[in-house]
Ligand binder design. Structure first.
Ligand code: NAP
Ligand code: FE
Length: 366
């Protein structure tokens, strides 16, 4: 039995907020806008949202304190603002960090629960309505029921998922991604590719998703280099935003695997971006999985006209072979149990051992 479920209304295309602002109306009278420090302003999305709210006579308050790898403390702050200001819904503008934080704020804003219980979806089944406005093309969080939050106190980065975490509406306007730096463009594009590949790797892979996954991978291969060559190439940006959305749709059903969990300790320990920490391991994860799901991987690569060696060469062209890490034995010893205990490990295409994880860390060591 296979199923497909994405309850989010997705509006995709240039000027999609200006042309659809009546959709904001049904969500309430006051919005909490959640953003990072700069990008929502720089890319123009905040201005478009403020215009839309003005047109719909909706009041708002802005919380712009979300950092990369959003923290539980910032989520707590956002929840307090949501409650004190008596907001009805949340509007998240940004990359995955503000959108994930906003998902957690939307849960904590309307449920009476302890902060850390947000990591345990058995404690809740509803959230305030959420509008997601992605400004990167990578996480796909605009179409997933997941959020990933860092708990500084426990030094962990943890993902959680619940159907109420799907955004109510996602406005995907590629023009917001034109201002991404080369590094953010490359790293987030590689994150989108990770999600698409994990749609193939995961034990929960589904035939219903394969056309979306294959198209998404093709879009990354045909457009990531173009977006890097010419950051103003709206067609390439649009294709990458579509690929990111498809990656989100895939992992919304299949979840992620070791490909994601192995990178979390690298991000928490060394601040390596989420996308890059996937990318550094991408070749080695494919090498580990290939003997177990050779047909699935080879068929997917055949669709985009590559064999595995050509795929690895493309990763190298994206600069990933040069991104080795200084990993001490002590770090590896600490990270391995964290990886082995992560929820994603249940979805690997085969049993992954501690030895495999240690080898992967050694593969990417300088
Ligand atoms: P991000 O952490 O949201 O943003 C990275 C950087 O890019 C920030 O400095 C941000 O600036 C900047 N930026 C964002 N959009 C920009 C734009 N249009 N122009 C210029 N700069 C821009 O990056 P992300 O890769 O999108 O999100 C990563 C997070 O998402 C990680 O925590 C990851 O674990 C999570 N994730 C979630 C899911 C899911 O399904 N929920 C899936 C994969 C990953 P500002 O700080 O000024 O905004
Ligand atoms: Fe990701």
């Amino acid at each position: 039995m296979e199923s497909f479920f994405i309850p989010t209304k997705i509006i995709f295309g240039l000027q999609c907020i200006a042309e659809n602002h009546s959709l904001f109306r049904s969500l309430g009278k006051k919005a909490l806008i959640v953003t990072g420090k700069n990008s929502a302003v720089v890319c123009g999305a905040l201005d478009d949202v403020l215009e839309a709210l003005k047109a719909e006579k909706i009041d708002y308050v802005i919380y712009n304190g979300i950092t990369e790898n959003p923290t539980l403390d910032s989520v707590e702050h956002g929840r307090n603002v949501f409650k004190e200001e008596m907001c009805d819904f949340v509007i998240a503008i940004g990359g995955g960090s503000p959108i994930d934080a906003a998902k957690a704020i939307a849960v904590l804003g309307i449920n009476n629960m302890r902060l850390r219980d947000v990591f345990s979806p058995c404690f809740y089944d509803k959230a305030a309505p959420l509008i997601a406005i992605p400004t990167t093309s990578g996480t796909g969080t605009e179409a997933t029921p997941y959020s990933v939050i860092t708990d500084v106190k426990w030094h962990t980065k943890e993902g959680f998922g619940a159907p109420c975490l799907f955004p109510t509406i996602s406005f995907c306007d590629p023009k917001y991604t034109l201002t991404m730096s080369d590094k953010v463009t490359r790293d987030t594009g590689i994150d989108a590719l990770s999600h698409l590949l994990e749609g193939v790797y995961s034990k929960k892979r589904s035939n219903l998703l394969m056309p979306i996954i294959a198209k998404g991978i093709e879009l990354v291969f045909d457009n990531l280099a173009a977006a890097l060559d010419d950051p103003g190439d709206v067609d390439a940006r649009s294709a990458m935003m579509q690929a990111s959305l498809y990656g989100g749709m895939a992992i919304a059903h299949t979840g992620t695997t070791l490909q994601h969990s192995i990178g979390y300790p690298v991000t928490t320990e060394f601040g390596v971006s989420h996308g890059l920490s996937n990318g550094i391991f991408m070749k080695y994860i494919m090498q580990l999985y290939h003997p177990h799901i050779a047909t699935e991987i080879d068929e997917m690569l055949y669709y985009i006209g590559l064999d595995r060696e050509e795929f690895y060469a493309w990763l190298n062209e994206m600069g990933l072979d040069d991104e080795k890490l200084e990993l001490s034995d002590e770090f590896i010893k600490k990270a391995v149990p964290e990886v082995m205990n992560s929820r994603n490990m249940a979805l690997n295409p085969m049993q992954v051992t501690e030895k495999d994880v240690i080898k992967l860390y050694r593969d990417v060591r300088k």
